[in-house]
Every structure is written in structure tokens, then in C-alpha cells.
Design a protein around this ligand. Structure first.
Ligand SMILES: Nc1ncnc2c1ncn2[C@@H]1O[C@H](COP(=O)(O)OP(=O)(O)OP(=O)(O)O)[C@@H](O)[C@H]1O
Ligand SMILES: [Mg+2]
Length: 1081
């Protein structure tokens, strides 16, 4: 819930009573007790209706923070505990929202906290009103006018370290939105006598001390001043400093404030020059100088000081000097100059100082006004703040106290008038019968003082103006005559002898019974002070000054504007300005702050009953309460009242639906409050007696306890019930889940058991069925088998006759076919490689296939050979043909043959064509040489060998000598060759037999030896066959005959033992035998 919505009341947590109207019983004693009680609890503010009583706490309380400002902002007056902010807020809001001009009247004796209160009100208003650069500047200027005025108008007194020595009324002006526009300050009667003389324990105005402590050396020099206070007669020395205040710091604050307010630097300088001049004036002393006519004439003692003042103010020294010595009186165009004696000179000096200072002060106020003046001509709303000196009763009271107390008397009057008026207005507004209220009206006292014909002031003025010797005692005599009958005037010498023996009333005094008490005034100085004379010579001297500020302060010194009429007396001036102020205040809505000083020691925590009692009396606070309570002590709007007390009645609790007023009516009836105790206004209920209110409060308190218990009870019940319900529902949930789980488990178990039993049963059933089916199947099979057999038997029996004739053959043929198929397929899979040399062949599977198997092997071999041959080129074919022929001739016949099979037949081993060695031989042979090699020709005679080249062509063979020029020794045509002989053994001997009768035959047959015998013979055989188509006869035998010339020689081949060398050798044994020894293999 937001702060604004909390409905609170002043009555909440009240210490004592927050509003004195509610005080019961109403007596001075209880009044003070209540104030003391609240003060002890730091509650320095208490109300009397809408009036705020403020007791000076003499210490900083934490109740002026921005948070507090926010707390009180826009709240109703009675909503929160009493505070000056509540009053300020109320005033500001009714100014802004209801367009009512306001004035805040702050009264109380010196040191009671008026100035502080006025500053608090200003700062509150500044905090809550509009914001923005321009507005902030106005605010700042308004707030900063305070330090300036305080420096010049405040002083330390025995009662207050910062006592305002002037009355101040400040109008703050606002626009329609409530934003500040500017202000106007009025000042009242500055206590100027302080400039020249201060009572014991008091100081002059702050600015003098601030200037001397805070100004720079440079500035002091310019002002021709010295820092030491003791150098100045006008500064009392016994209390030159104020504890806790640094004058130097204050000086800077003041200068800064002057700048903010808008003082130009030269203006500030001029002001300070004047302050300096006043100080220096005090140091001018006079000495008597006897004259002829035995009149003492005064002379300035030390002219140096005078000179400095004149320099400072730009006055001609002689002019000022003369003004201190002579007095010119002008009457009816006649100028009479009289000399001044020393006393008169001092009087003139002090009068000048006082006048200078007070005029400077008035100038300052006007200058500030100029700065803070609202810049618009539009209608403005105004809030006036009056901080005026309070009622003063000193041991010795003089003219000032008389004036001040008169002012307070007027304020009291306006207070009573306005309070009563307001009260009456409210009654009328609320339509309540107005009962006459008895109260003390101080207008008689005011009349005693201000009456134009026989008032004390009028008397005083009369005395001042009267020609002839006028003294204070003549004035008193006059009073004694004229005012003697007045019931508030007392004097020893008055006509009525009432006071003849009153020793408390001295002869040179008169006493006035003010509303706030009796005050004894000493008449000494009344006439002088009222006259407030400044010799014209002095004002003229000042006017002549070459200093614009001082010149402007003394316009009366201008000889051109000599006014022979006496200036109005101080009293009449004051009376007039008070009258204006009163008029001004009467047009505004008043708000009162009554300040009270708790003790005389300026100490916190001390509450002196007697002192407070005195103030309560003279402030008329009891009267105030009585007036307020005269009709009805307490009033409250209906809704607020209903809201607060509705719990006391069943009909209105907890809600009242109808009008608030009806609700309050029901409520009060129900509570049986006597009808004469209250009255119904239009918007408020008026309660006559505070007792009624307190009994209501008491009942409310008790009821609140009951309600609290009820709320507690209901809350606890609710809480427990909610908890219980939660537990219950949780329990149900848990149980449900558990049950579900248990049932699930149980079900799963049952299900699985059922499935198990089922499966067993099904298995059993299925097995049974299977058994049955198997049995049936077997039965069926058995039947089928039996049937088949039986059928077969039947069929066979039936068809036997048909089977017998062919079945055997067919079965046989079929079987054979099957076997053959199988055989061939197997053979196909086991086929050996295609190499003709590969002799492998699968084993024969069946005996009856033996011949076929072999035949197939043979065919396969032939086929592989054919395939092999098919790959041959013609050349290779020819070689193989030769090899084949060699095989046909020699195989199994000659032992040398197998070793030749692997030797390829090269033919021309000598490479006759290419080899240059045989070039000649080559040229001799015309035909193509089929074979050429070196052979051994066996000598027919001894059997020894000689190397010959053997050449073979298509038609002949030749033998050429290898060494001797390659001569062809013999050339035999193949047609003449009859046969060839050789052994069966591994030797290379062979004999070529030539046809008898041919030319070749002449030498006989040829016996040759060659390693390549197989090739030679084969080639010979082929060539011969090609040539003659007849085969040459080839004889292979170990013993053959050869024709050597005419002899026939037998060539015999003998195998010798292994010992006799490795080569075959030939030996002629005799004419008939040629033995060839062949090594055994
Ligand atoms: N509300 C407050 N809180 C704290 N201190 C306060 C308060 N009001 C006043 N004082 C103290 O009391 C002193 C005197 O107060 P203030 O100057 O306002 O008195 P005054 O009524 O204006 O007196 P005078 O009539 O002499 O001018 C202040 O300087 C300050 O120390
Ligand atoms: Mg003050």
C-alpha cells in the first residue's frame, strides 16, 4: 500500500495531547505539563487547533530532512503528528489550490525560534513548490536574502546569539501554478541604539565583527580598518565572539549571498565602506575648548580618524568637522548657528552613526527588494511571513520595548480577531449555532497606546513638538494627567492615588498592563528616541559626500529641498507602518506559529516551567484554547470520523454503505453519547467535550485490541485450515498414488501369473495337439507308405508283364547314360593343363570305361599337340619338322639322339654370309647354304682327324679346307650320295657313301666326325628327298663297311671302359678295319 493511502491521525501514538484543545482538564498546570511531556519526548510542536506551538529545542533535531518534507507533503493538517511543515503545507496548498493569500505570523520572545521557524517555512515551501531553472533562481535569491539581512540586522544578545534586531515581514509572491515569482520585504524599527552602545554581554550587529575577521588585509587597508576589535569604541569587548560561530566564515557566506541576491561588486564595496565609516565614527573623540562667553565648545581631539572617514566617504574634512562643532537652526528664514559642547558633539556623533547605519539597513532592504521583485504585473498569490520581535519585558524597559510591545499588542489583537472570526465563519459554514464566547479583548490596551487624541503615543508626539522645555518627566506628567483613569495604566503620580504606596513603581516610570503582563517603562530617553534627531548640519555634510551611496542615504541633506517641517517622530512612523501591516494581514488567511523558549540558558533538554508558564500567559495561549473550545472542542469531517470510529458499532463495521454523515449519526447513537455532546455540521461533526473524544479513542483502542485478536484469530484459523487442507489434500494425493502403485503391482503380478498359467495350459494344449497331429501325420505317412507300397505292388503286379521285355535295356541305357554324364562332367572338372608335355590324366572311375578313358587321353594329347602346333610360325614349323624327321630317323636307334632333342638346329654355325673370314668361301658357293660347320674328316689312312668346313646346299655338300684359303676340297651332288652310316652309340662318326662310278667316288666314301651329326644327317636326308624324291638310305649299326679308294674297310665301334678318356677316338687297325672307341655312357 502506498504511503498516501495509509489513513493515520494526529491521535495515533500521541504523546500527551497533540492538540491542546483536547486537554482535559484545561488548566495552566496541565497545559505546561503537556508541553513539558512532549518536549521531553522531542515533540517540540503542539497544536491549538490550527495554531502551532513551537518550543525551541536548542539543538538540531532530525525532523527537517527531505524525507520529512515528503511525508508532510500533500497531507491533511491533522493526519500526522504536529509539525511546522504541516502548517506550511496547509498554507501553501490553500494558497495554490483555493487561491487564498496567506500570512504566517510567527511570534514569541527573543530566542524562542521565530527566525528559525520562518526559515523552516520558507525552505519547506521552496522544496514543495515548482521547479525549473528560473524558479530555482528566484527561490535561491529569496532564501539568500536571509543571511544578508541577518548579518546587518541581527546581533548577539543575552537572550539569543542570533537575535533579530528588526521586525521583518516578507511577502513571497506566486503565480497561479504555485511557482514563486519574487518577494517584497518590509522591515520594522531596527534597534539602531545598538550601533553606539550595547548592554553587557551583548554585541553590536554581526557585520562589524564579520568584516573585521573575514575581510582580506587588502580590503581592510582600503577601508582603513584594523583587524583588532579593541581598536573600536563601538564594539563592546566583553563578548566579542559568539561560541560556535566563525565570523570570518560568515563574512564569506554573506558576501556570497549578496552576490546571489544581485549586489554588484561596487555596491558591496560601498556598503562595506559605510560599515567601516560607522566603526571609525565611534573613534572620533572631542575635547572642550573654553570660549569667552564661558561656553565650552567642543573640538575634535584626533583629527587623523576624522580625516580617514572623510577620505573613505569623500567628504571634505572641514565640512564634517564643522558639523561636529556647530548646530544651525533655521526658523522662519533665519539661520541661527550655535556651538556644540562636548556632550552635544558626542550626541551628534552617535546620532550620525545610528542614522547612517539604520539608513544603510533600509537601503539594503530596498536593494534586496529590487532584486527579488516579481518580474510580472500579473495577479499574484501572496504568502506573507512575519518574523517580528516578541513581547519583551526587561528589568529596565525603555522606548524600544514600549514600541515592540505595542506591536505585539496589535498582533495579539489581530490574532484574537482573526481566530474568532475564523471560528465564527466555520460555525456559519457548518451551520452550527454560534454561541457567544467570552474572551479578553486587548483593544483597550491598544487604544491606550495608539489613540490619536489621548493615547500615550500621541502624548509623546505632542510633548516632542511642544515648544519650550521638554523633558521625559514633563512627558510622564502629561501621561499622569491624561491616562490616569485608564484601567491598564499605572503610575505613582497618577491622579488616582491607587499606586501612591506602590514601591514597585518608581517615580520616573509608568506601567502598562499588557495582555501578556504588566510592564514597567522608564521614561528616560522617550522624548529623544521619539524625536530621533539628526542635526541638519550633519545630514547636509553627508549629502555633500562624494560617495554615491552615502549621498543617496541623506536626501534630507540637500539644501535645495530643505523641509522646515519636522520629520515624523519614530513613534508615529512605527504606528503608521504597524497600521499598514495590520491592514495587510487582515486581508490574508492567517496561520500562527507561537514560539516558546524552554529555558534562559540556551540549553537543550531544560524546560523551565516558570519561564514557559510566563510565555504561555503572555502569548495568550490559554485564551486561544478557550476560544477554540468555547463551542466545540473537536471537529472532524464525517468521513474521517467514520473511518476512525466505525469499528465501534456493528452497523458501521466493517463497511458503511450510505452517507458518511448518516454513518456517524448511527455510530454516535449506538454509542449512547448524550446528544448535547455533539452537533452535526454540514461536513463535520462537532464534539463539545474532549472527554467524549477521549472516551471514543479509548473505546477505539480497546476495540482495536479486540479487532486485532479477531484478525489474529481469523488469520490463525485460516492459516491452520489452509495448512490442514493442504495436508489433507497431500495425504489424499499420496494415498491415491500409493494405492495406484499397489494396485498396479498387484495387477502386474496377477497378470503375469495368469499369463504364466495360461502359457503352461496353452503349451500343454499345444503339445497335446502337436502330439495328436504328429500321430495323425505318422498315421497318414504310414498309410501313404503302405498305400504306396501296396499301390506299387499292385502296379508292378499289374504291369509286370509289360516291364520284363525292355526294362533291363532301358534301365541299363539310362544308368549308363547317367554314369557317362557323370563321368564326362567329372572329367571336365578334372581336365589336366593344355601343355602337350603334361602327362597327367585323371584316374579311371569305372573299369568298363578303360579303353574309352585311354582313347580320350590320347585324343586329348593329340588335341593339345594340335593346339600347340597351331601356335607355330612357318619357320618354327620347319624347325620342328626337321626335329620330327630327326626323331623318325634316330629315335631309339642312336644313343646320341636324346641329347640332341633339346638342341635347336641352327644350320649355318659359321655364319658364312656375315663372317668376313668366310667371305671367299661364301663367294664360291652359289646356292643357299643349309648347313655350315667345322667337322673332323677322318684320314682314311691313319684314322686321324683333320678339320674341314662342311657345307650343305640344296643340291650338294662340300668340304672345304679351313686353313688353306678355304678351298673346296670336295663337292658332292646329293644325287650321287647313296647312303649314310653311323653307329648306335653316342659318338659323332658318320660315313657318307657315294655312288660308284661318279667323280666323287674316286676318292672313296667320306668318314666324318661331328657333334652335330643328328642335324647334318637330318638335313642331308631332307635335302636329298627334296632333290631326288628318293630317300637317302640311313644305316645305323656298330659295324659297317666304307669304300676307301679301292678298299673296303670295316668301321667297328667298340665301347671302352670308363678309364680310357672321354672322347671317341678312331684308329686304323689294319687295311680292313678301322676301330672307333666310344666311351661308355
Ligand atoms: N527548530 C529549531 N531547531 C533547532 N534549533 C533551534 C530551532 N529554533 C531555534 N533554534 C535555536 O535557537 C536560536 C534562536 O532562535 P531564533 O534566532 O529563531 O530566535 P528568535 O525567536 O528569532 O529570536 P529573536 O527575537 O531574538 O530574533 C537559534 O539560533 C537556534 O540555535
Ligand atoms: Mg529572530
Amino acid at each position: 500500500m502506498s504511503k498516501m493511502e495509509v489513513k493515520t491521525s494526529l491521535l495515533d501514538n500521541m504523546i500527551g495531547v497533540g492538540d491542546m484543545v483536547l486537554l482535559e482538564p484545561l488548566a495552566e498546570e496541565s497545559f505546561i505539563k503537556n508541553l513539558r511531556k512532549r518536549f521531553d519526548h522531542n515533540e517540540i510542536y503542539t497544536y491549538i487547533g490550527s495554531v502551532v506551538i513551537s518550543i525551541n529545542p536548542y539543538r538540531a533535531l532530525p525532523i527537517y530532512t527531505p524525507d520529512k518534507v515528503e511525508e508532510y507533503r500533500n497531507r491533511n493538517f491533522y493526519e500526522l503528528s504536529p509539525h511546522i511543515y504541516a502548517l506550511a503545507d496547509e498554507a501553501y496548498r490553500s494558497l495554490r489550490d483555493q487561491d487564498k493569500d496567506q500570512c504566517i505570523l510567527i511570534t514569541g520572545e527573543s530566542g524562542a525560534g521565530k527566525t528559525e521557524a520562518s526559515k523552516l517555512v520558507m525552505s519547506y515551501v521552496a522544496a514543495v513548490c515548482g521547479k525549473g531553472a528560473e524558479v530555482n533562481q528566484v527561490k535561491e535569491q529569496l532564501l539568500q536574502s536571509n543571511p544578508v539581512l541577518e548579518a546587518f540586522g541581527n546581533a548577539k544578545t543575552v537572550r539569543n546569539d542570533n537575535s533579530s534586531r528588526f521586525g521583518k515581514y516578507m511577502d513571497v509572491e506566486f503565480d497561479f501554478k504555485g511557482d514563486p515569482l519574487g518577494g517584497v520585504i518590509s522591515n520594522y524599527l531596527l534597534e539602531k541604539s545598538r550601533v553606539v552602545k550595547q548592554p553587557r554581554g551583548e554585541r553590536n550587529f554581526h557585520i562589524f565583527y564579520q568584516l573585521l575577521s573575514g575581510a582580506s588585509e587588502d580590503m581592510l587597508k582600503k577601508l582603513k580598518l584594523e583587524r583588532d576589535f579593541s581598536k573600536y569604541n563601538y564594539l563592546s569587548l566583553d563578548s566579542a565572539t559568539v561560541t560556535g560561530v566563525d565570523d570570518a566564515v560568515c563574512f564569506r557566506t554573506v558576501k556570497n549571498a549578496m552576490q546571489i541576491v544581485g549586489f554588484m561588486d561596487n555596491e558591496t564595496q560601498s556598503v562595506l565602506e559605510l560599515v567601516g565609516a560607522v566603526l571609525k565614527l565611534g573613534n572620533i573623540e572631542f575635547k572642550p575648548e573654553s570660549r569667552v562667553n564661558e561656553v565650552d565648545e567642543s573640538r575634535v581631539k584626533d583629527k587623523n580618524e576624522l580625516k580617514e572617514i572623510c577620505e573613505l566617504l569623500g567628504i571634505e574634512q572641514s565640512v564634517l568637522e564643522r558639523a561636529f562643532s556647530f548646530r544651525t537652526v533655521e526658523a522662519k528664514q533665519e539661520k541661527v548657528s550655535t556651538t556644540l559642547n562636548v556632550a552635544q558633539a558626542y550626541y551628534a556623533r552617535d546620532a550620525l552613526a545610528k542614522n547612517l547605519y539604520s539608513r544603510l539597513f533600509t537601503w539594503l532592504v530596498n536593494r534586496i527588494n529590487e532584486s527579488i521583485k516579481a518580474q510580472t504585473k500579473k495577479r499574484k498569490k501572496v504568502m506573507g511571513v512575519l518574523d517580528i520581535y516578541g513581547f519583551e519585558i526587561f528589568e529596565e524597559n525603555s522606548f524600544e520595548q514600549f514600541i515592540i510591545n505595542y506591536c505585539n499588542e496589535k498582533l495579539q489583537q489581530i490574532f484574537i480577531e482573526l481566530t474568532l472570526k475564523e471560528e465564527q465563519e466555520e460555525y456559519i459554514r457548518e451551520d452550527i449555532e454560534w454561541t457567544h464566547i467570552e474572551y479578553f479583548n486587548n483593544s483597550v490596551i491598544c487604544d491606550l497606546i495608539e489613540n490619536n487624541t489621548n493615547g500615550i503615543m500621541a502624548m509623546l508626539d505632542e510633548e516632542c513638538l511642544r515648544p519650550g522645555t521638554v523633558t521625559d518627566s514633563t512627558f510622564l506628567e502629561k501621561l499622569n494627567q491624561i491616562c490616569a483613569d485608564h484601567q491598564h495604566f499605572e503610575s505613582r503620580m497618577s491622579k488616582s492615588s491607587k499606586f501612591l504606596n506602590d514601591h514597585s513603581l518608581p517615580h520616573n516610570c509608568f506601567r502598562i498592563q499588557h495582555y501578556a503582563g504588566k510592564v514597567l517603562y522608564h521614561v528616560d530617553g522617550f522624548v529623544d528616541k521619539n524625536n530621533d534627531l539628526l542635526y541638519r548640519d550633519l545630514s547636509q555634510a553627508m549629502w555633500k559626500a562624494n560617495h554615491s551611496l552615502i549621498k543617496s542615504l541623506f536626501p534630507d541633506g540637500n539644501p535645495a529641498k530643505i523641509n522646515l517641517k519636522r520629520p515624523p517622530t519614530a513613534g508615529s512612523q512605527f504606528k503608521a507602518s504597524v497600521a499598514t501591516l495590520m491592514k495587510n494581514l487582515q486581508t490574508k488567511n492567517p496561520n500562527y506559529i507561537r514560539c516558546i523558549k524552554p529555558n534562559d540558558q540556551k540549553a537543550s533538554h531544560i524546560f523551565t516551567d516558570s519561564l514557559v508558564c510566563h510565555q504561555v500567559r503572555y502569548l495568550g495561549l490559554m485564551e486561544n484554547v478557550r476560544v477554540r473550545r468555547a463551542g466545540y472542542a473537536f471537529r472532524q469531517p464525517y468521513d474521517a470520523c467514520l473511518e476512525r470510529y466505525k469499528m465501534l458499532c456493528k452497523q458501521t463495521w466493517p463497511h458503511w454503505r450510505g452517507q458518511a454523515r448518516d454513518g456517524v449519526e448511527v455510530l454516535l447513537k449506538d454509542l449512547q453519547i448524550p446528544e448535547d455532546e455533539y452537533s452535526y455540521g454540514r461536513s463535520k461533526i462537532f464534539i463539545r467535550n474532549p472527554r467524549t473524544l477521549f472516551s471514543l479513542e479509548e473505546q477505539r483502542k480497546r476495540r482495536l485490541h479486540g479487532l486485532a485478536t479477531l484478525i489474529q484469530k481469523i488469520y490463525r484459523g485460516w492459516k491452520t485450515r489452509t495448512h490442514f487442507l493442504l495436508m489433507k489434500s497431500s495425504q489424499v494425493t499420496v494415498a491415491a498414488w500409493y494405492r495406484r502403485y499397489a494396485q498396479q503391482t498387484k495387477y502386474k503380478k496377477t497378470k503375469s501369473s495368469a499369463i504364466m498359467v495360461q502359457s503352461f495350459i496353452r503349451g500343454w494344449k499345444a503339445r497335446k495337439i502337436l502330439r495328436d497331429l504328429k500321430y495323425q501325420k505318422r498315421c497318414k505317412e504310414a498309410v501313404t507308405t503302405i498305400g504306396a507300397y501296396w499301390h506299387g505292388t499292385q502296379v508292378r503286379r499289374e504291369y509286370r508283364k509289360f516291364f520284363r521285355a525292355h526294362a533291363g535295356k532301358r534301365i541299363y541305357a539310362f544308368t549308363i547314360q547317367r554314369i557317362m554324364q557323370k563321368y564326362f562332367l567329372e572329367l571336365k572338372n578334372k581336365m589336366p593343363s593344355m601343355s602337350p608335355c603334361d602327362k597327367t590324366w585323371p584316374a579311371r572311375p569305372y573299369l568298363f570305361l578303360d579303353s574309352t578313358h585311354r582313347e580320350l587321353r590320347r585324343i586329348f594329347h593329340l588335341w593339345t599337340c594340335k593346339k600347340y602346333r597351331g601356335q607355330f610360325t612357318d619357320q618354327k614349323k620347319a624347325i620342328y619338322e626337321e626335329k620330327l624327321e630327326a626323331s623318325e630317323i634316330f629315335k631309339d636307334k642312336k644313343a646320341l639322339y636324346p641329347s640332341s632333342v633339346s638342341q635347336p638346329f641352327q644350320g649355318d654355325y659359321l655364319e658364312i654370309n656375315k663372317n668376313p673370314r668366310y667371305q671367299k668361301l661364301n663367294s664360291l658357293v652359289e646356292e643357299k647354304i643349309i648347313f655350315a660347320d667345322i667337322v673332323n674328316k677322318i684320314n682314311r689312312a691313319n684314322g686321324k682327324g683333320a678339320q674341314r668346313i662342311f657345307l650343305l646346299t640344296k643340291s650338294k655338300f662340300m668340304l672345304a679346307d679351313q686353313k688353306s684359303g678355304q678351298q673346296i676340297k670336295s663337292s658332292v651332288p646329293l644325287a650321287e650320295l647313296t647312303s649314310v652310316s653311323m653307329s648306335t652309340q653316342s659318338d659323332g662318326f658318320f660315313a657318307l657313301r657315294v655312288k660308284e662310278g661318279t667323280t666323287a667316288a674316286a676318292k672313296g666314301d667320306f668318314l666324318l666326325n661331328s657333334e652335330r651329326i643328328i642335324e647334318i644327317i637330318t638335313k642331308l636326308h631332307r635335302a636329298g628327298l627334296d632333290l631326288t624324291k628318293e630317300k637317302i638310305q640311313i644305316e645305323i649299326t656298330d659295324e659297317f663297311l666304307v669304300q676307301f679308294k679301292q678298299d673296303k674297310v670295316c668301321v667297328k665301334f667298340i665301347q671302352n671302359g670308363p678309364k680310357n678318356g672321354t672322347m671317341a677316338s678312331c684308329k686304323r687297325k689294319n687295311n680292313r678295319l678301322l676301330e672307333v672307341t666310344v666311351p661308355s655312357p
